[in-house]
Design a protein around this ligand. Structure first.
Ligand code: G6P
Length: 364
């Protein structure tokens, strides 16, 4: 890809449109069909070391942190290693206990975010092993890490990250599959995930074809002062990232909550002027998610669902193609990137350079 706009009005739109190719690139040359695994050349982690990892801690900021949250879930699901993500700055300032059996992973599009770099340096000073999941080749975090994997999203210019988010999550799926196959993931499950990964580019293009409908929905909700985003487990980080996207680019206040926490507070906000975007995958939590939609409907809340099938309680449903349960989060946020984009466009925002934000924050 080039910096040429290729007929797009903004880099955000161009970068959203490039996602199928970008995902194709992060997968290319890495899949090993014979052993149902993936090879990640730069990891510098031999099988014995990979087996001795007791915990994985992922550190990042902003969108990269959200990608890390989905990454942590993928690692837990596929490799059965306890994993979680934390904002790098929080981690750095709480004098964390650095554990020799923990593998630390720093995530960053630019590879230059100061808070992430400082966390990596502090970890290395304490003898920890740190991997990087980074987009920009040769960047400071990539150089500082003991090894890692490049995300291969290509250049991302818009301050608001879209294609790099998607590619970062796919890179985590590869890492999770790799670690899983060294540990307890079966050949059959390895194959199932590989087939799912291969379906992603085609499914992304299918989602992008729904742009006219997503634009219509964005115009419909563009008058909202505030929006609630909900999801459960796999859907929750998707809701968080979608809420961040809307906030950054349209300046509409948005708040993400686990759907299960609705009744512990945010339900008090629900009324027709406070629409909810709900992530409703067809997984084992479908019925629970439907119950949440019912609670919102009973309070006259307007609902936009992103789901694998029409949701009766929702006012509108954006249907996305189904992949493997573990990989669904990669696809479910993509229509909401377009939703944020069209909302911002309708409101006349400076899409590629939202006020007060920078692409890369290289100072404290
Ligand atoms: C800034 C950008 C965000 C980005 C974050 C982390 O805040 O505005 O879009 O997610 O930095 O950047 P990184 O390059 O480390 O992924």
């Amino acid at each position: 890809e080039s910096y040429d706009m290729g007929g797009h009005d903004t880099y955000m739109h161009k970068e959203i449109a490039e996602q199928a190719e970008a995902v194709d690139r992060v997968l290319r040359g890495r899949i090993d069909d014979k052993f149902a695994t993936v090879h990640l050349g730069g990891l510098n982690l031999d099988p014995r070391e990979a087996r001795s990892v007791r915990r994985i801690k992922i550190l990042g900021c902003g969108t990269s942190y959200h990608a890390g949250q989905i990454g942590a879930q993928l690692i837990e699901e596929l490799a059965r290693i306890p994993a979680d993500a934390e904002p790098a700055s929080e981690f750095r300032y709480r004098n964390p206990v650095v554990d020799p059996d923990t593998l630390y992973v720093a995530v960053s599009q630019s590879g230059e975010t100061y808070d992430v770099l400082a966390a990596v340096q502090e970890l290395k000073r304490k003898g920890a092993r740190v991997l990087g999941v980074v987009n920009v080749v040769g960047s400071a975090i990539a150089r500082e890490a003991d090894g890692g994997t490049y995300v291969h999203a290509g250049p991302e210019v818009c301050v608001v990250s879209t294609k790099c988010f998607t590619n970062t999550v796919v890179a985590f799926a590869l890492l999770a599959l790799h670690l899983g196959r060294i540990r307890d993931l079966s050949v059959a499950d390895g194959r199932r995930i590989i087939e799912g990964l291969r379906r992603l580019p085609g499914q992304i293009d299918e989602i992008l074809k729904a742009e006219p409908e997503i634009k219509r929905l964005a115009l419909h909700f563009a008058d909202a002062k505030s929006m609630l985003f909900i999801g459960r487990v796999r859907g929750y980080p998707v809701a968080r990232e979608a809420s961040l996207k809307l906030k950054e680019v349209s300046y509409i206040h948005a708040e993400a909550y686990p759907a299960s926490e609705l009744k512990h507070g945010p339900l008090a906000l629900v009324e027709p002027a406070m629409p909810t975007v709900a992530i409703v995958p067809d997984d084992e939590l479908l019925e629970k998610n439907r119950a949440a939609l019912e609670e919102i409907k009973a309070r006259s809340g307007r609902i936009l669902a992103v789901a694998h099938q029409e949701q009766e309680k929702a006012d509108h449903t954006i249907i996305v193609p189904k992949n493997e349960d573990e990989l669904d989060p990669i696809l479910m946020g993509i229509p909401l990137q377009l939703f944020a984009y069209h909302t911002a466009l309708a409101l006349g925002r400076d899409i590629d350079k939202p006020r007060n934000l920078a692409k890369s924050v290289t100072v404290e």
